[in-house]
Design a protein around this ligand. Structure first.
Ligand code: DQA
Length: 147
């Protein structure tokens, strides 16, 4: 299987950014761990992080027909981006929406997501452990594309 992990704006600061909310694990730790978890299940995982909406749209489009599942933490774009939502629907790749923090326990503007109604699953508030859960779920339960 082939998995694409996408992290949106400010997640490059994971581990140092508001650690009381997001914890102390860095994004490169998350990416390396996710790749190792995938490899242990004979899957391939590529990671992408960008602070730019259009770059995320481009990366999703490039994955069309090439990956079996996407794990996306859209960061603040969760609450604003019709463009990223449309990209995911356009390539028709099933995806898991992930948030490190429990967005529902935070400000009201974080309670709405442009992704949740189209996600195969949503992981919220499990900290960086959520990434491991997402990778394992795709490995065990998503269908493999005919490539
Ligand atoms: C986040 C939650 C978002 O509301 C926030 O803008 C982020 C990170 C999370 O992982 O908890 O940047 O997606």
């Amino acid at each position: 299987k082939s998995i694409l992990l996408i992290n949106g704006p400010n997640l490059n600061l994971l581990g140092t950014r508001e650690p009381h909310i997001y914890g102390h694990t860095t994004l490169s730790d998350v990416e390396n761990n996710s790749r190792d978890v995938a490899a242990s299940r004979n899957a391939n995982l590529e990671s992408f992080q960008s602070n730019h909406e259009g770059a995320i749209v481009d990366r999703i489009q490039a994955a069309r027909g090439k990956v079996d599942g996407i794990i996306i933490n859209p960061g603040a774009y969760t609450h604003t981006s019709v463009a990223i939502r449309d990209a995911l629907l356009g390539v028709a790749i099933p995806f898991i929406e992930l948030h490190v923090s429990n967005v529902h326990a935070r400000e009201a503007f974080r309670h709405h997501s442009y992704f949740s109604d189209k996600a195969a699953g949503i992981i919220v508030g499990l900290g960086v452990y959520g990434y491991k859960v997402a990778v394992e779920h795709i490995c065990l339960n998503f269908k493999e594309l005919d490539k």
